[in-house]
Ligand binder design. Sequence first.
Ligand code: RP5
Length: 164
Amino acid sequence: MSNADVAIIMGSQSDWPTMKHAADTLDQLGVGYEARIVSAHRTPERMYDFAKGAKAEGFKVIIAGAGGAAHLPGMTASLTPLPVFGVPVESRALSGEDSLLSIVQMPGGIPVGTLAIGKAGATNAALLAAAVLALSDQAVEAALDTYRAERTAAVAEFPSNDAL
Ligand code: RP5
């Protein structure tokens, strides 16, 4: 059993600089997570075992990041009843458009909630995972409210020349 509510999985170590933004956001919200490298192509049996066992391990939401021919989120979604949020990692060859289309174009019946390419997607995947948990966790609900209020307060009403 894992104490973590959220599993962050990724296809490669090279995805971690992107997926760390999901981890950092969950840290800010006080949400427990576990991060693992699980490749659909290089470690398919690890992927199968993880996805089949994720619910029994105690995870409630899975965030899956991958780049290029990014099959990890969709394959994971096909093997688990848990909600899966997919993060397209920015690839070198096609800037993540390949990752995005690989993840978003799931056949009807097996959903992956697909986020934006790169850092914004990883951050928002964490916020969506937290929003799911907040439905039954008042501490996470309060942390999300604070997160939003802080971002609202940080927006100046008038533009400044200071940063020019
Ligand atoms: C995918 O291939 C991974 O998710 C990664 O984004 C991409 C490249 O992997 P590396 O060759 O950098 O390990 O499976």
